[in-house]
Ligand binder design. Structure first.
Ligand code: MCA
Ligand code: AMP
Length: 509
């Protein structure tokens, strides 16, 4: 039996009874939204530069109208809709409409290249796709399983108002794909109850109140921007400004101009903000949160020194929503991801301390992948995160490593095998290995080691990757080597490349 150490302490109890976590995992998302739009239809909820402020009442009306169009196009509960677009009010309204109608959202990166998008669509088999980019729409049109593709407006004519807000917590809500290690993407199916549990736990732990206003500069197609930023805002009855992209000046201006109280970022964003002129504007925020990748202790200190803010770090995953957080009231410890959130059980297993979790926020399994599920869950039902942890004496969790082969660059996950497959497909490359090299700005920088009969120009390698992979997966450093380190069984030893134990023939291009 492996050693098990459990984190018994949960993140601090909220001071106010209205912040106590309610019905974790037991309600569908729209149930609580309806309370907000009935109670305060005039209050602002979402802003973008095109639409200005949308009130809760306007969100209800716009999402009902969008749902009517989706229903008019023949879509009904359980149908999957692929959505790929930059952040905007229209995007958020489409997401809310899907969830109210019982549709299952399949989020996609609007920067995916045709092969990536088609692989995802083949696996997810959506009945419809809402895609902002014309080239992406064109590459989906050929797929027989898709009923319709519209770009960028919602499909169909506005029909009669369909039945809305009828699902229970077990209804599927989100099917998010992770690239996976074996070429075939894995579908993470999250139910309404899973998403509600995570959003409600954050509302409670972060003392998220209707008066809070978030500057939201994260993509809506990942759990951080969608599950934490958007669903957290809606769960709390609060408001958010949606920025189409992250730019430090625009964030700082929005904080000041709109009297914001919250900002959530990945460490790369915090790195850029720390050096931005006017970073002191962050001091007016009630809460600054970092997640998706480790926040270096030096960056934590730099932000304290330059902006007077103590960043709160938290930890989560697509499969589980949010898992742990530093306390809002109390020490926000640099290098620690804090304590389990309400409803989350956490233990460290085995000699390396792999983090295993359980709770109403945790997904039920990868869609139609018994192989992957057998590996991902223990016999007693705990989900293996693939992250390695250690507990401080007071129970606070530190992430000390990863059991999984993964590079996290600027908060985006890059699976080395996926990039290696693309590199090996080039006729001038015989073998390739991809690792993450430490980078103060990106956390890890995608770095490729190449073997070939003779080195081809690195620009040609870059062009090859750019055609096939979204920009964040591109190797930023390329090295030719005589051979790749492999063990006696021929297995690639990536750690030897990461440790710099293989000398490159050529310096980074
Ligand atoms: C953009 N580029 C990147 C990245 N982002 N390259 C490597 N890693 C990246 N993350 C490319 C650009 O396409 C461009 O390529 C070049 O790098 C420089 O672009 P730049 O303008 O500097 O970047 P940016 O557009 O400002 O993007 C940086 C960013 C972005 C804002 C930090 O990466 C971002 O939004 N990251 C957040 C990802 C996220 O939401 N993750 C959450 C996953 P070229 O020069 O070729 O044009 S959910 C998760 O992890 C769990 C649930 C959790 O705990 O949150
Ligand atoms: P994703 O699959 O995109 O949901 O990414 C989840 C992974 O991001 C986790 O398994 C961790 O490896 C990593 N992660 C998220 N938050 C943190 C954090 N605060 N510190 C270290 N790693 C993190």
């Amino acid at each position: 039996m492996p050693a098990l150490r459990c984190a018994a302490v949960t993140v601090s109890t909220p001071p106010d009874p209205s912040l106590a976590p309610r019905a974790l995992g037991k309600r569908a998302l729209p149930e609580v939204w309806a309370e907000h739009w009935r109670a305060s239809p005039e209050r602002p909820v979402l802003f973008d530069a095109t639409r200005g402020w949308l009130s809760w009442g306007a969100l209800e009306a716009a999402s009902a109208a969008a749902a009517a169009r989706l229903a008019g196009a023949g879509l009904g509960a359980g149908d999957r809709v692929l959505i790929a677009a930059p952040s905007s009010c229209d995007h958020a309204v489409a997401l809310v409409a899907c969830l109210r109608l019982g549709l299952v959202i399949v989020p996609a990166n609007p920067g995916y290249r045709p092969a990536e998008l088609q692989a995802l669509a083949r696996e997810a088999a959506p009945r419809a796709a809402l895609v902002a980019d014309a080239a992406q729409a064109a590459c989906l049109r050929g797929l027989a399983s898709l009923g319709l593709v519209t770009t960028p407006a919602l499909p169909g004519a506005a029909g009669p108002r369909p039945p809305l807000d009828r699902m229970g917590p077990e209804a599927p809500a989100l099917l998010a794909y992770t690239s996976g290690t074996t070429g075939r993407p894995k579908g993470v199916l999250l139910r309404h109850g899973n998403l509600q549990a995570s959003a409600e736990a954050l509302r409670s732990a972060w003392h998220w109140v209707p008066e809070d206003r978030l500057v939201h500069a994260l993509p809506l197609f990942h759990m951080h921007g969608f599950g934490v930023g958007l669903l957290g805002t809606l769960q709390a009855g609060a408001s958010a400004l949606l920025l189409p992209r992250f730019e430090p000046g625009a964030v700082l201006e929005a904080v000041a101009r709109h009297a914001a109280t919250l900002f959530f970022g990945v460490p790369t964003m915090w790195h850029r903000l720390a050096e931005a002129p006017g970073v002191g504007a962050l001091a007016s925020l009630r809460l600054c949160v970092s997640g998706s990748a480790p926040l270096p202790a030096a960056l934590h200190a730099r932000l304290a020194e330059r902006a007077g803010v103590s960043i709160l770090e938290r930890y989560g995953m697509t499969e589980t929503g949010m898992l742990t957080s530093n306390p809002v009231a109390g020490e926000r410890r640099a290098g620690s991801v804090g304590f389990p959130l309400p409803g989350v059980e956490l233990r460290l297993a085995g000699p390396n301390g792999e983090i295993e979790v359980r709770g109403p926020n945790v997904f039920g399994g990868y869609l139609d992948r018994p192989d992957a599920n057998a590996a991902a869950f223990t016999a007693d039902g705990w989900f293996r995160t693939g992250d390695l942890g250690a507990l401080d004496p007071d129970g606070a969790l530190r992430i000390v490593g990863r059991a999984k082969e993964l590079v996290i660059s600027g908060g985006y996950n890059v699976h080395p095998q996926e990039v290696e497959e693309v590199l090996r497909a080039h006729p001038g490359i015989e073998d390739a290995a991809v690792v993450g090299a430490p980078s103060p700005e990106w956390g890890e920088l995608v770095t490729a080691y190449l073997v070939g009969p003779e080195p081809i120009p690195l620009d040609e390698v870059r062009r090859h990757c750019a055609e096939r992979l979204v920009a964040y997966k591109h190797p930023r450093r390329l090295h030719w080597v005589a051979e790749l380190p492999r063990n006696a069984l021929g297995k690639l030893q990536r750690h030897r490349l990461r440790d710099g134990r293989v000398a490159p023939d050529e310096e980074p291009g």
